[in-house]
Design a protein around this ligand. Structure first.
Ligand code: GLV
Ligand code: MN
Ligand code: MN
Length: 411
């Protein structure tokens, strides 16, 4: 089935009519509908669908004669709040379309090819990014994962049980990962480097170390119209100090630091908050710089909290170390795309790019050779309804991925 047909099927699922953004949070109705689409599409294409112990989906292309470790490709179906259409789904739709194209070309793989859809890549519901691949790789314990809670207090275990899965089965999937020769994730570029270089497709080089920290500021609820300034214990002030420190420190150190989520409790306009809870996302070119940035944010929050008589706790919730993708695989992809010619790589050799964005390919890089293909994003905007890739560039991605799979899974 052509890319555009598959894309049109998936596109309406989980899109908010008001914002045009996607709300595909793991194990919600929208996510379950995406999963049904994945399974039905796999069946339509004659692939063997499977759901693993961690809720990750797989679709196997293993015709007679295909043997040995599999070549895996794919991405994720979940989204950030009001995310774009491409972050995640582009990799999965392109994988199905690439397999269809290879079949049309009469290619039969010498080793199995498998399309993967990893669960909760964005961490939008349960807070830990790349949760499905982290569980498979054994970098989060099943007990810790089961107990993660969404903003309504529902645990991952509860959400999976409600969806008909057994959370007791969660855990490392070493045999499955050992059965994979490599994982190649195609993804929309979350920046505009390819656009600047005039290239439809690029290859990933590395991922900055990054993580998420939870800032908990505990003050005292009181009346906004009667409580004198000197008598207040207002957690909003250390929160403001932390936001400003994050920007200052990131600029000074060539890093990125973002407070993108904040909850003020109880949240009355005419009341001083009893607590402010906020989440810091920080990324840097190296781990020492990252530690320095989060240290400075923590110190600024603590100093302001002390001044205001507010309790302050900054706690790391997840962390992804620096990733350098497998050099041999990266170079092999680049050479394949170069051979595929200008429609795939543009006029110059295929660009090889670092990224600040996290991916399941980054988590899995600790267990098997992984690589990434990026598809041009003309504005660079991502994690927003405005995220976009041109149809011609999506087609170049499919052609490029098909060439890569043909090379990796060929005789
Ligand atoms: C995932 O998109 C991330 O970089 O947080
Ligand atoms: Mn994302
Ligand atoms: Mn993504």
């Amino acid at each position: 089935m052509a890319f555009t047909d598959l894309w049109a099927q998936l596109e309406p699922i989980g899109r908010d009519a008001g914002t045009g953004g996607y709300r595909r949070y793991s194990w919600t109705a929208a996510d379950l509908e995406c999963r049904e689409w994945f399974t039905a599409t796999a069946a339509d294409l004659g692939l063997q669908p499977e759901c693993d112990r961690n809720g990750n989906l797989w679709a196997w292309w293993a015709p007679p004669g295909a043997a040995g470790p599999a070549v895996a490709t794919g991405s994720h179906l979940d989204s950030v709040p009001d995310g774009g259409a491409f972050d995640g789904p582009l990799g999965i739709v392109s994988a199905f379309a690439a397999i269809d194209l290879l079949r049309e070309q009469g290619f039969s793989p010498a080793r199995p090819v498998v399309v993967a859809a990893f669960t909760e890549e964005e961490g939008a519901r349960f807070g830990v990014a790349c949760l499905g691949s982290r569980l498979a790789a054994g970098v989060i314990t099943p007990a810790a994962a089961r107990d993660l809670r969404d903003s309504g207090g529902v645990s991952l275990a509860g959400a999976m049980t409600a969806a008909g899965l057994d959370p007791a089965a969660l855990g490392p999937d070493a045999d499955r990962l050992a059965g994979l020769a490599c994982y190649v994730e195609l993804h929309i570029e979350q920046g505009s480097a390819l656009d600047g270089l005039g290239a439809p497709v690029g290859v990933g080089e590395s991922i900055w170390p990054h993580g998420r920290w939870r800032l908990e500021l505990t003050g005292r609820a009181d009346h906004a119209g009667t409580t004198q300034i000197a008598d207040r214990r207002d957690p909003m002030l250390p929160y403001a100090a932390a936001v400003l420190a994050a920007r200052r420190s990131a600029v000074a150190r060539g890093a990125l630091a973002t407070f993108g989520k904040v909850v003020a409790e109880p949240g009355g306009t005419n009341a001083i908050c009893s607590a402010v809870r906020a989440w810091l996302d920080a990324r840097a070119p190296d781990e020492d710089t990252l530690a320095a940035v989060t240290g400075e944010v923590g110190a600024a929050a603590q100093a302001a909290a002390d001044e205001q008589g507010v309790g302050c706790d900054l706690r790391r919730e997840s962390f992804s170390p620096v990733v350098s993708f497998d050099a041999g695989l990266r170079d092999r992809l680049a050479a394949t795309l170069d051979r595929a010619g200008a429609p795939v790589r543009g006029q110059a050799p295929v660009p090889v790019l670092p990224t600040g964005a996290g991916h399941d390919a980054g988590v899995l890089a600790a267990r098997l050779p992984t690589a990434m293909l990026f598809v041009r994003n003309p504005t660079g905007v991502s994690h927003s309804p405005a995220e976009h890739a041109e149809p011609a560039d999506c087609a170049a991605g499919v052609t490029g991925l098909a060439a890569v799979l043909r090379d990796l899974a060929g005789p």
